[in-house]
Design a protein. Structure first.
Length: 304
């Protein structure tokens, strides 16, 4: 059957093809060496030969061809590369938080409507329309995801894949950046002295030292040196992940910490410095509960 189908082809179409057992064999020379491939039928063999000719025109061997073809393939490969490569900016591997960020911004290209599209068949206008629609509700996310798409395409091009260069020209959405206003001393006092005593000290301490809230609530008693007037935030607890962060304290901040840590001084070191003292912890009551109203507190002297 295969021989009869092969005999129907013209001599030029049969070049390099013959029947070997129950399969069609293809032989072609690459850089002075003969490469052999097999196909289940004549039509598949013709497609394989056309593919090999395209590789030969690019100066590639069949075993040098990149098996990655779709946008999902290259996005996943880039994510794998991010897990092992050293950042040119920090000279370190990406942290878990950094990898999570890349996984998040690559997600539309791994699971979205363009995931199965070959990278050389991406349509610039469709990509642009998708980014604009995404930016209507989430402009920052749309800009990050577009940047991730361009990173994927540059990665694909570095592996000698043909890409649609016009997609790299899609402009990122522009949005108005909201500026935060720092609390005034009066605002900080009002916020702090409207809270329970242990939370008052935590809010005042965060407001004067500038610690992030997660750094504050995860501050352990063995990270505090009252004699030296410092607190040390371990590298794993910082946003920058650039080593342990040591914060020097003013005398008033040392006194705040001393007052806060007095009730928990005999507790194991695993206790955080700003957890509520044991005598202030109440059991959770099931169901909704209205917080009792309190008279406005009289603010004490402010920290200087």
């Amino acid at each position: 059957m295969l021989r009869a189908r092969l005999a129907e082809l013209t001599p030029s179409m049969r070049r390099g093809l013959d029947v070997k057992g129950d399969r069609v064999r293809l032989r072609m020379e690459f850089r002075g060496a003969t490469k052999t491939g097999y196909a289940d039928d004549v039509d598949a063999a013709l497609l394989l030969r056309a593919d090999w000719r395209a590789l030969k025109a690019q100066g590639l061997m069949p075993d040098e061809r990149d098996d990655l073809t779709t946008l999902r393939d290259y996005a996943l490969a880039l994510l794998d590369r991010k897990r092992v490569d050293v950042s040119r900016k920090t000279r370190r591997r990406l942290s878990e938080r950094g990898l999570d960020h890349w996984a998040q911004i690559l997600r539309p290209w791994i699971e979205g409507p363009f995931a199965n599209a070959p990278v050389d068949k991406l349509n610039r206008n469709r990509i642009d329309d998708w980014v604009r629609a995404r930016a209507e509700d989430h402009p920052k996310a749309a800009a990050d995801e577009l940047g991730a798409l361009k990173a994927v395409l540059r990665f694909a091009r570095s592996r000698e894949a043909a890409i649609t260069g016009a997609v790299l020209d899609v402009e990122a959405p522009v949005w108005e950046v909201r500026k935060r206003e720092a609390l005034t001393i009066e605002n900080l006092d009002l916020l702090a002295w409207s809270a329970p005593a242990y939370a008052t000290r935590a809010i005042l301490f965060a407001g004067t030292t500038g610690l992030r809230w997660n750094e504050l609530v995860n501050l352990r008693t063995d990270d505090v040196d009252l004699d030296a007037g410092t607190v040390t935030i371990p590298d794993a607890g910082t946003k920058e992940r650039a080593g342990d962060k040591v914060v020097d304290l003013f005398d008033d901040e040392v006194e705040l910490l001393r007052e806060q840590m007095t009730p928990v001084r005999d507790v194991a070191d695993t206790r955080t410095a700003f957890l509520p003292p044991p005598d202030r912890v109440r059991p959770r009551v099931p169901g909704p509960r209205r917080r009792p109203l309190r008279p406005p507190p009289i603010p004490p002297p402010r920290l200087v």
